[in-house]
Design a protein around this ligand. Structure first.
Ligand code: SAJ
Length: 406
């Protein structure tokens, strides 16, 4: 039996996937409300295919509880935020989960950490906890790092098909855990050591952050000299060895906007490109706010309450708002002691910010100027409703004349 600790965006789908592939699973989370929701037969977030997977896992016998189980294998998938001041990874949730596991784990148990951590975190912070509890690593407790790679919006497919990395300092244990993940994973599974696995995960997300920053910087250069960044990227990408990403209103989510900071925090004098890239991405919500101001001035608009932000989530077609550029923009607006921007997102049913709408038509009736912050399919399908609006399209998806861009 496997005890999956942490039933959030990664732990829940992973637990469900294993359960539907013949592995006996008990999911544990300290959040009583979350466990109650799952036990009442409901998932806790929206994701394509998740509800079906959940129902299948229930039939396969998955159970959810707040209690840690006595078993031989634990998978820890709890959040790893970064410390806003030092930029270093904050492994407090991982450490707390491991400590709780150690209270019940029998000798010989394996703890697999899925949470993203910076290179050396397991050595520096997790191993000492295990030793302090009186266990000998490699004899009493085996440690493995198995970072996930699934993308919100396509999690179920990617869980099945992505290649994976297993980090274990004891090769035989690595192979054993590889076998466990092979129960459902159809991709290639590479076994390496723990520190290499930690680094690969952070590097993958850093690669993307740096490349998005490059696209964002190009958007700024092109705006400055009145060039079409999208046309330029399109042409450049016809070169066989060039593949530029797309500029946007900022980078959100819990991965690409967070993980690269771990490297900046740990290697401050060696991370110039990464540091500048993160600052470039973080500057985008403010840049959009400035574009709104410029366009309002050009159009002779003075009433900010006639401007609406379309989209609150960190990216399209998900209900996840973590580190969302829209929230960053609203915070920046407040810091400038201004308020009044209207907001709407089809995926956010609860009131989370001021002046939030829950119906597209009501929202559009209330504004003259729409800023496309997120490219949800809904707005692509309702483009005709924007013909009489001023539009700032931060994703180049609205095919109408008179649309402004980043
Ligand atoms: N974005 C751009 N321009 C682009 C692509 C993305 O501005 O060309 C923005 C998006 O709008 C969004 C952010 O970047 O705000 C991140 O979105 P994403 O869809 O690229 O990635 P995430 O954060 O949802 O998921 C990433 C994935 N990592 C990589 O692609 C290297 C995923 O595979 C990881 O599992 C996940 O992080 C994670 O958990 O680490």
């Amino acid at each position: 039996m496997i005890n999956v600790i942490g039933l959030g965006y990664i732990g829940l789908p992973t637990a469900l996937m294993m359960s539907t592939h013949g592995v006996e699973i008990i999911g544990t989370d300290y959040n009583k409300e979350l466990v109650a929701t799952l036990n009442a037969g409901h998932t806790t977030f929206k994701e394509a295919g998740l509800d079906e997977l959940f129902q299948d896992a229930l039939k396969s016998g998955i159970r959810f509880t707040t209690e840690y189980q006595v078993t031989d294998t634990y998978i820890v998938s709890v959040p790893t935020p970064y410390d806003k001041f030092s930029k270093k990874v904050d492994a407090c949730y991982v450490i707390a989960a491991v400590k709780d596991v150690l209270k019940v784990a029998p000798k010989g148990a394996t703890i697999v950490i899925e949470s993203t951590v910076s290179p050396g975190t397991i050595e520096k912070f997790v191993k000492p906890e295990i030793e302090a509890a009186g266990f000998v690593i490699g004899e009493d407790i085996n440690l493995v790092h198995a970072p996930e790679r699934i993308i919100p919006g396509n999690m179920v497919y990617e869980l099945l098909h992505n290649n994976r990395t297993i980090g274990a300092d004891d090769k035989a244990i690595g192979e054993k855990v590889k076998e466990l993940y092979s129960s459902f994973c159809q991709g290639e599974i590479v076994v390496t050591d723990i520190k290499t696995a930690e680094m690969t995960k952070v590097v993958e997300n850093t690669f993307r952050a740096v490349n998005i920053a490059f696209a964002n910087e190009l958007a700024k250069i092109c705006r400055h000299d009145n060039m079409d960044v999208y046309e330029i990227i399109k042409i450049c990408n016809m070169h066989p060895r060039v593949n530029i990403l797309q500029p946007g209103p900022g980078v959100g989510g819990h991965c690409i906007s967070v993980d690269p900071w771990f490297l900046v925090g740990d290697y401050p004098s060696l991370t110039n490109v990464i540091n500048e890239s993160m600052k470039t991405n973080d500057s985008m919500p403010d840049y959009v706010l400035n574009r709104i101001y410029e366009i309002m001035k050009e159009k002779g608009m003075t009433d900010i309450s006639r401007v609406g932000l379309y989209g609150l989530t960190y990216k399209e077609n998900v209900d996840d708002m973590r580190e969302s550029p829209t929230l960053q923009l609203l915070e920046s607006q407040e810091r400038h002691l201004a308020t009044g921007l209207k907001v709407y997102d089809p995926y956010i049913k609860k009131d989370v910010v001021a002046n939030q709408y829950h119906d597209l038509s009501d929202f559009l009736n209330a504004v003259d100027f729409v800023v496309i912050m997120v490219k949800h399919n809904e707005i692509k399908m309702n483009m005709d409703q924007l013909t009489d609006k001023i539009v700032l399209d931060c994703h180049n998806i609205i095919d109408l004349p008179n649309v402004y861009h980043l």
